[in-house]
Design a protein around this ligand. Structure first.
Ligand code: ADP
Ligand code: ZN
Length: 603
């Protein structure tokens, strides 16, 4: 039954219900005044009634003065003789019948209601469409070797992971060669890493390189409302896999089914446990010499049931990390293969400016840049398109239409110039890439610094410099405009956070010493802090607060001092920003050196 007919039927039921109710409550129209039966008889006896129409026990009629009336009779056998005696004209009608459609409706109504409910339930169960009855079938998608072939050339920046899976490819290409020598091939490989780093892509590439079919299914597809459905799907998936061996079965989001048993909350819990058990049974029940390899992906290996990781199951783990600078450049190269690039595009600069981007983010960046270039009618994508795309991906679209008062704009210009100048004046700050006072997302302005290379550890000096640069915005507002705005709120928050980590996590405070305070539970790979346990006294808490405050205040004073000493540079930068709205690194350098020359002329 397709969607159209289901909708049609639903509407029919709704309309039928309305007709039914309407008829229930609206009696056929009877005009006329209603009189009591006794009054009616009296009127007849007095000869005031001219004519009556009798229908069952209802009587309508006309008085001699032409007024119409109606009444209801008990079964009074003397009525007719009386009427005849008085010479009243009598019209008799058969007792009223409900119209035919009402009869049909009344007898069919419960039936229709049932059908409606049934349709409603079917929809609920299907959760998002799909086949109604194929509950127990796995929903695995099959990708055969010919369609969308992905190879290692499409996967960049994760060379170590590629190397680790090389052996599996060799095995899939020629399973017999391996088994003859008695080698044991892993049944299951678990790809572990943050979202968007190319786990699915890598699994597909393994299939592509080996030239075998690729079945993919997501862990969340197993989780259904009915107990037993997930398990049936797992069974079906393995049957299909064995039929197509050698092949790869890829299970995305393994954590959706593979969570630690007994850790679930509330409903759907038994179902998931059954599914997981079935998965374990199936994995134990076949031999990798059959040529089926299970690859699963997750970004939460910490929540997986330990049984999944035992030998003979997912005993091989391959980490797929976020790419570093070089990796990002490689990935950008892969994704710009088919994009016509202007000569000024330098992918290494782009790679440097996108720390923390995953492969999927970079693919998105290239796509956005191409869209921006197309919208501008260009036939090649140039660096400015990439810059715009990057800002869009990072901060949201420019909001040029946002109306900003002159005063606010001036404030933003000095604020951003403050960040920029402090960064320029401090020797170990990251180079300033761009500064802008075009509102974007939630921010009114933006100073972008690009680290020269990926840093994995930070020195205390570098952290203090970062705090000072963050506070440079607020300091400039105070020095020049003599007032403070709320625009610096986010800067202050970030500065305080760095200072807190310096004291509590990295033991960088002289007063408190190299001790950490407050253990954290981190979500592995997502880097999000879930909870903090307080493991220090109230007195220590006060000291920590004081120490954080001292660090932030020192940095703030340093920023203020630097700006006061170089107030001419601050005015020059802010003035130029007000005029041009965006300055790049080279322009900033030029403004600073030109203003410094003037300084020497005056002296
Ligand atoms: P995951 O499965 O880890 O969440 P995907 O494999 O689905 O990530 O990645 C999504 C998309 O991002 C891919 O289709 C690809 O276009 C791009 N991508 C991610 N990582 C890489 C990479 N290492 N090399 C090339 N492209 C990548
Ligand atoms: Zn700021």
């Amino acid at each position: 039954m397709n969607q159209f007919f289901k909708n049609l039927l639903l509407w029919l039921i709704v309309i039928a219900t309305m007709v039914f109710l309407f008829n229930m409550f609206s009696q056929p129209q009877l005009p006329q005044e209603e009189v009591a039966f006794s009054d009616f008889i009296k009127a007849v006896e007095e000869g005031k009634v001219e004519e009556v129409t009798i229908q069952g026990n209802n009587i309508k009629g006309k008085f001699t003065d032409k007024r119409e009336f109606k009444t209801f009779t008990p079964n009074d056998p003397t009525l007719i003789p009386l009427l005849r005696e008085k010479g009243v004209k009598i019209v008799a009608r058969p007792a009223e019948q409900s119209p035919w459609y009402m009869t049909v409706l009344i007898s069919w109504f419960p039936m229709l209601l049932l059908i409606g409910l049934w349709i409603f339930f079917m929809r609920q169960m299907q959760t998002g469409g799909g086949r109604a009855m194929a509950f127990g079938k796995s929903r695995a998608k099959l990708l055969t070797e010919h369609e969308h072939k992905v190879t290692f050339k499409d996967v960049a920046g994760i060379d170590e992971a590629k190397e680790e899976v090389q052996e599996i490819i060799e095995f899939l290409r020629d399973p017999k060669k391996f088994t003859k020598l008695g080698g044991r091939i892993p049944k299951g490989v678990l790809l572990v890493g943050p979202p968007g780093t190319g786990k699915t892509l890598l699994a597909k590439a393994i299939a592509g390189e080996a030239g075998v079919p690729f079945f993919s299914i997501s862990g969340s597809d197993f989780v259904e409302m009915f107990v037993g459905v997930g398990a049936a799907r797992v069974r079906d998936l393995f049957i299909q896999g064995k039929k197509h061996a050698p092949c790869i079965i890829f299970i995305d989001e393994l954590d959706a089914v593979g969570r630690h048993r007994g850790a679930g909350l509330g409903g759907g819990h038994d179902e998931r446990e059954q599914t997981l058990n079935q998965l374990l049974v199936e994995m134990d029940g076949f031999d990798s010499s059959e040529g089926v390899i299970i690859i699963a992906a997750t970004n939460r290996p910490d929540v997986l049931d330990p049984a999944l990781l035992r030998p003979g199951r997912f005993d091989r783990q391959v980490v797929v990390p976020k790419p570093d600078v070089r990796g990002r450049e490689e990935i950008l190269k892969v994704h710009t293969r088919k994009t016509p690039l202007a000569p000024d595009v330098d992918l290494s600069i782009l790679a440097r400016g996108t720390p923390g981007f995953s492969g999927a983010d970079l693919a998105n960046l290239v796509n956005e840049a191409a869209l921006i270039a197309a919208r501008k009618g260009k036939d090649r994508v140039d660096m400015s398109d990439f810059e715009e795309a990057k800002d869009k991906v990072l901060m949201g679209t420019e909001r040029r239409s946002l109306i900003i008062s002159e005063e606010e704009k001036k404030n933003t210009a000095y604020h951003e110039a403050g960040h920029t100048l402090v960064a320029k004046l401090l020797p170990n700050a990251d180079p300033v890439h761009k500064v802008s006072i075009i509102p974007r997302g939630m921010a009114l302005g933006l100073t972008q610094q690009l680290p020269l290379d990926e840093r994995h550890t930070y020195s205390k000096d570098y952290l203090l410099t970062n705090i000072t640069v963050l506070l440079g915005g607020r300091a400039a507002e105070e020095v020049v405009l003599k007032h403070m705005t709320t625009g610096a709120g986010n800067d202050l928050e970030r500065a305080t956070e760095i200072a807190r980590k310096m004291v509590c996590e990295w033991g960088m405070s002289e007063r408190l010493g190299p001790v950490t305070f407050g253990k954290k539970e981190e979500q592995i790979f997502l880097g999000r802090e879930l909870a903090q346990h307080k493991d220090y006294s109230e007195k220590t808490a006060v000291e920590i607060d004081m120490e954080i405050k001292r660090i932030v205040t020192d940095c703030y004073n340093k920023a203020k001092g630097l700006l006061l000493e170089n107030i001419d540079l601050l005015h020059a930068l802010a003035g130029k920003l007000l005029e041009k709205e965006v300055l790049d690194g080279a322009e900033i350098d030029r403004i600073i050196s030109e203003t410094k020359e003037k300084r020497e002329v005056i002296n």
